[in-house]
Design a protein around this ligand. Structure first.
Ligand SMILES: NC(=O)N[C@@H](O)C(=O)O
Ligand code: NI
Length: 163
């Protein structure tokens, strides 16, 4: 029997315990390029650990739909991970607090168009979950010699519905 969780809007405040929300909302920190570009400066806490380095990869993920079955969460103990959509489609961001080394009750956030996120190092999260094709994202995360991945299959499983 799955436990239902409903999506909630993604806001910096609600997401603060898990990571950063990346978008061009609000006034830019500085105007650049002869005043033709607003720079929303240095908006993510990036962390690649002492043995890692930053990498940019392109993910092409299959779109999912609601009700979305959630049975797996993961975390990267050695680095942060940013999901930067290359389309204007909203996507699903699932996170959980740590509960003695396992994910706690998940929370499901629905992004606004043109929002990206950055999971802080060690944040429990669902895998990249687009809701529309093409599910093309730039992903900024740690490149290193160690796996940097802990996966937990959830019991109970959850089902995410649109809030
Ligand atoms: N494994 C991988 O590269 N991606 C996951 O970390 C993910 O969060 O989608
Ligand atoms: Ni991940």
């Amino acid at each position: 029997m799955s436990v239902e969780i409903k999506t909630e809007p993604l806001t910096p405040e609600a997401f603060a315990a898990f990571g950063d929300v990346l978008d061009a909302s609000g006034a830019p920190d500085k105007m650049i390029n002869a005043g033709l570009c607003g720079r929303h400066h240095d908006r993510a806490a990036l962390d690649f650990g002492p043995q890692g380095r930053a990498g940019i990869s392109i993910f092409n993920a299959q779109p999912r739909s609601f009700p979305y079955p959630l049975n797996l969460m993961e975390r990267h103990p050695e680095g942060s991970q940013a999901f930067l959509p290359m389309t204007a489609s909203p996507f699903l961001v699932i996170v959980a607090e740590d509960n003695n080394g396992k994910p706690g009750v998940p929370r499901a956030f629905l992004t606004q168009p043109l929002q990206g996120i950055n999971f802080h190092r060690g944040t429990w999260h669902g895998v990249l979950t687009p809701l529309e094709a093409p599910g093309i994202f730039a992903v900024v995360d740690r490149i290193g010699a160690t796996p940097n991945l802990e996966e937990v299959y959830l019991d109970p499983e959850y089902v995410v519905t649109l809030g």
